[in-house]
Design a protein around this ligand. Sequence first.
Ligand code: SAM
Length: 222
Amino acid sequence: MIGLARLVGGARTKFNRMLHFPATEKNKGPILEVLKKALPQDREGLALEVASGSGSHVTHFAPHFPRLTWLPTEIEDRNLQSISAFIQHTKVTNVKEPVILDVTTDPRGWGGGLGEGSLTVILNANMIHISPWDTAVGLFAGANYLLKSGGYLFIYGPFAIHGSLTPESNVKFDQYLKSQDCRWGVRDIDDLEKLAQTNRLKLHQMVDMPANNKILIFVKES
Ligand SMILES: C[S@@+](CC[C@H](N)C(=O)[O-])C[C@H]1O[C@@H](n2cnc3c(N)ncnc32)[C@H](O)[C@@H]1O
């Protein structure tokens, strides 16, 4: 009995590392629907998630794409622990243990050296506006080097369109972000398209999402 109590206590401690972000729990369903439409379920290869946060997204999406192997990444240690706990808790079989990644670093070193053109998908949610512009630059540089021809880069979040940010709640959110850190702020798709052009990517689709967010789908050119 003592052994069992210890085991249960240990397991509980591990699951306690699971973080729960309300926005992530709300948007994971709608994001999955877009992924299912954009990505054929027989698509094979490696899918890298940049800035996985709690790990709730990757463990929710992966079972729907059984032929993809998912590699979650994070810069924060407590998030890395949460992702591992999510993997254990959900028992998903096609999600690897997370690896530490600062997206502003040279993509040749990502994941210990994944290799040029090794990825089918890169997914990133709610990062580029809650961090300096360097993270967007790094994300596109990573997609340039690591995505294979025809591979997808999905970016979820709020965006301004040709200099116009709507509705008022997004304007207020942008002001709030800038008050937290002047390097943060909602990004404009024009600036992201410029980054795409210099990184062999093309904006393929822009999908409206609940709560005034969008998913931008970029495709790697040959
Ligand atoms: C708002 S959270 C979003 C997490 C998750 N994608 C989600 O939607 O729930 C932003 C994430 O960006 C990560 N982040 C910030 N700067 C980063 C960097 N330079 N490299 C990688 N991740 C970074 C943070 O650790 C944090 O988990």
